[in-house]
Design a protein around this ligand. Structure first.
Ligand SMILES: NC(=O)c1ccc[n+]([C@@H]2O[C@H](COP(=O)([O-])OP(=O)(O)OC[C@H]3O[C@@H](n4cnc5c(N)ncnc54)[C@H](O)[C@@H]3O)[C@@H](O)[C@H]2O)c1
Length: 325
């Protein structure tokens, strides 16, 4: 298919574009920042540009990954989030319906499931780790990123109901390569490794899930899926995870403490949330290849870690701003 890939210059986009081509799709990249896989430089918020992209490139399906996201909260006003994440998604959905597309893939985020209360965890009075699947609600996104991603998900659902467009919203867990912008008590690699226990996936797995969603959308349209590495835990362990996660981890992975100690790493003292990706496996047949066990195997073999860590990564649109200055 000829696929319009928004966010084609971004971290996910640069893995997804070649993956789509390898599966015999033709990629038409659209991004505000130039990039190797970007054919059209401009904003999804520009309705005329989106219409031109459809008219001139014979687009047959959309994968919409372009967005302002969490680190952008510090850089952009709320209006920019509404323009890009909500209006931009609406522009693409309307163009897709006008072009009689049968599928539309939207990159959403697990972040929209996190209220202030869940984020506060133990200090907010939680007694167990939050076990988050697609039935979890009511959703109370805690910032403009989550609010606008949730609105975009709802636009996708609306277009499915009103027009029969097979939309798939992928609530993706963490896959960013840069340092965490809030937690700094452990090294970046240690934090990322820990997150494979319940809230991270590799960017390669994220890209693969988008390809699977594109191919399966007509039979599963109108759906939302959580994407994250399969957690090794069971909901019955949620209480212990919040209070003493190293013991729970050691029960599942007896070698973890020793392998971590060799690197000077620490297991998380408590885990306050687990994203459950089992629905994606059941309905879409997608399961992440890389999980926490794979991280331990790499530690054991002294092999390269199976995930990307790049503290110097900056979203290409920010480099563009720097170049302009
Ligand atoms: N990185 C993560 O851990 C993570 C987690 C969950 C969801 N997501 C979602 O994944 C998607 C990709 O994120 P990423 O990590 O690759 O970030 P990124 O910043 O590297 O890529 C996003 C791309 O979108 C482009 N973009 C921004 N505004 C645009 C606009 N108005 N029109 C067209 N393109 C625009 C940017 O230039 C950038 O190239 C986003 O939708 C993000 O919300 C990311």
């Amino acid at each position: 298919m000829r696929v319009l890939l928004t966010g084609s210059s971004g971290w996910l986009g640069r893995f997804l574009a070649p993956r789509l081509r390898a599966a015999a799709h033709v990629v038409v990249g659209l991004d505000v920042a130039p990039g190797a896989d970007t054919d059209l430089v401009g904003s999804v918020a520009d309705r005329a540009l989106v219409q031109r992209a459809f008219a001139e490139h014979g687009v047959e399906a959309v994968i919409h990954t372009g967005a302002l996201h969490k680190p952008d909260i510090a850089r952009y006003p709320k209006q920019a989030f509404v323009d890009v994440n909500v209006t931009g998604t609406l522009n693409l959905l309307e163009a897709a319906v006008a072009a009689r597309h049968d599928r539309f893939i939207f990159t959403s985020t697990t972040s929209l499931m996190i209220s202030e209360a869940i984020r506060a965890g133990k200090t907010g009075g939680a007694t167990r780790a939050a076990w988050l699947d697609e039935t979890f609600g009511p959703l109370e996104p805690r910032n403009i990123y989550g609010v606008t991603k949730r609105a975009a998900e709802q636009l996708c659902a609306l277009f499915h109901r009103e027009h029969g467009l097979a939309t798939v919203s992928l609530r993706t867990g963490r896959f960013f390569p840069e340092e965490d912008d809030t937690h700094r008590d452990l090294s970046g690699e240690n934090i990322k490794a820990n997150e494979f226990l319940g809230r991270r996936l590799t960017v390669e797995d994220a890209a693969e899930a988008h390809l699977v969603a594109l191919e399966k959308a007509p039979s599963i349209g109108g759906e939302t899926f959580i994407l994250s590495a399969p957690p090794p835990f069971d909901p019955s362990e949620a209480e212990a995870l919040l209070h003493d996660s190293p013991s729970v981890v050691a029960r599942h992975f007896p070698t973890a403490v020793e392998l971590y100690a060799r690197r000077g790493w620490r297991l998380p003292g408590h885990i306050d949330r687990i994203y459950d990706p089992s629905r994606a496996e059941r309905l879409m047949g997608f399961r992440c290849r890389t999980d926490f066990a794979a991280v331990l195997r790499a530690l054991e073999a002294d092999a390269p870690l199976p995930f990307a860590h790049d503290p110097s990564y900056v979203s290409p649109k920010e480099n563009r701003e720097i170049e302009r200055c």
